[in-house]
Write a protein of this length. Structure first.
Length: 393
């Protein structure tokens, strides 16, 4: 009873009124004046750590924030009115106006609303990787585009270093397989052959088993040698990419009993071994996908050059890539895109109207054409077009 009385007394004290269930809402805060909103947006634009650039539909720079000016090494105000392609290396420098014209005529988007990694060019001519996101808006009857830029030089450096370490480890393993394990297997095969010869001379029934052991060891040696070559397919030299791709076509045709055609109409001298290695791995993954998922019986591998870039194309004649992939699929596709991004390339994967899939990787590089070394069955100067058919049995 005493506790109930205390509770009643507490509720009856002045200043302790119960809250109302339907208290009126506070009036909305007044919107800041337009001048204050504009000042805030300008402050965000000027203090953003990412580069921000707006251009008109002709490609002329309408505004650029201090972070973007510093990123490209231009003094304040000097970029206004310039064509945005002045911040791009070749081949994008020459093509960008065409992209804008195509968009004005067709409305077909290439990068708008899509983030991608590209290359920029500073005022001093140095080229560096950037992450670019593009948006579109209209104001005052004008169509403008906004680009958000981030310098990813350090990210690319770390990614390249990780992949380089991985490639070095594979090369060491490949060398150990070739120089150590293959030699030991060759010795075992010789001993098995010697044993088989003696058993045959003695007319022993175990001779057939010894022959079989020698054949199995010979097969294991060949498999180990192929595994070693697959782990380290390229050797230093400007012609290493074309040579490795041709050998890949021949091996694939022989091992999987399919037709693989290799086309290299002009010499492609690629002096950057890491770039050549990544392109080879893209081709290797594309061929593997064509055989495993596309059930292709015919695959074409093309490598060509044009001013400032190398183009790799792998086209199969299988059932083609699905129109939409499940979220759990596509690891190989992501790996190819990752490798293309590491070397500053652009990867395109599309389903062919006639069936099959085309994988295209274009990489901007400094290409110096030189004649191919002399190889039997190859053109010395004009390049190579060699069908790699299954080996005759």
């Amino acid at each position: 009873m005493k506790q109930q009385a205390k509770r009643n007394l507490a509720t009856a004290r002045p200043g302790r009124a119960r809250p109302r269930a339907n208290r009126p809402a506070a009036p909305p805060a007044a919107a800041p004046p337009a001048s204050e909103v504009e000042a805030r947006l300008q402050a965000v634009f000027n203090t953003a750590v990412e580069g921000i650039v707006t251009i008109d539909e002709r490609g002329h720079i309408d505004s650029i924030n201090p972070a973007a000016e510093a990123m490209f090494g231009w003094p304040q105000g000097e970029l206004l009115g310039r064509n945005i392609n002045s911040l791009m290396p070749e081949p994008y420098h020459s093509r960008h106006d065409g992209y804008l014209h195509q968009y004005r005529e067709t409305g077909q988007r290439r990068v708008i609303g899509i983030g991608r990694e590209v290359f920029g060019r500073r005022k001093d001519g140095t080229v560096f990787p950037i992450e670019l996101s593009v948006g579109e808006f209209r104001v005052g009857g004008r169509r403008l585009f906004t680009g958000i830029l981030r310098d990813i030089t350090e990210r690319r450096r770390l990614q390249s270093e990780v992949l380089h370490i991985s490639e070095q480890a594979q090369q060491r393993i490949a060398q150990d397989l070739h120089d150590d394990l293959c030699q030991q297997l060759a010795g075992i095969e010789f001993m098995a052959q010697t044993l088989a010869t003696r058993l045959h001379e003695a007319r022993r029934p175990e001779a057939a088993a010894a022959d079989e052991v020698a054949a199995l060891v010979r097969s294991a040696t060949e498999h180990t040698r192929n595994l070693s070559h697959g782990m380290s397919p390229l050797r230093p030299g400007p012609d290493s990419l074309a040579t490795a791709l041709e050998e890949l076509a021949v091996r694939t045709a022989r091992h999987f009993d399919v037709r693989v055609d290799f086309h290299c109409p002009e010499p492609v001298a690629l002096h950057d071994l890491p770039v050549a290695t990544h392109l080879f791995r893209v081709a290797q993954e594309a061929i593997s996908n064509a055989l495993r998922h596309g059930r292709a019986r015919h695959v074409e591998v093309h490598v060509s050059r044009s001013p400032g870039e190398v183009r790799l194309l792998v086209r199969d004649h299988g059932k083609g890539i699905p129109a939409s992939l499940p979220s759990s699929a596509g690891m190989g596709l992501r790996i190819m895109q990752y490798r293309a991004g590491i070397i500053g390339g652009h990867l395109s994967i599309q389903r062919e109207p006639s069936g099959g899939t085309s994988v295209t990787c274009t990489v901007p590089v400094d290409v110096h054409p030189t004649p191919h070394p002399t190889h039997e069955g190859r053109s010395k100067v004009k390049g190579r077009t060699r069908p790699a058919h299954p080996a005759r049995r």
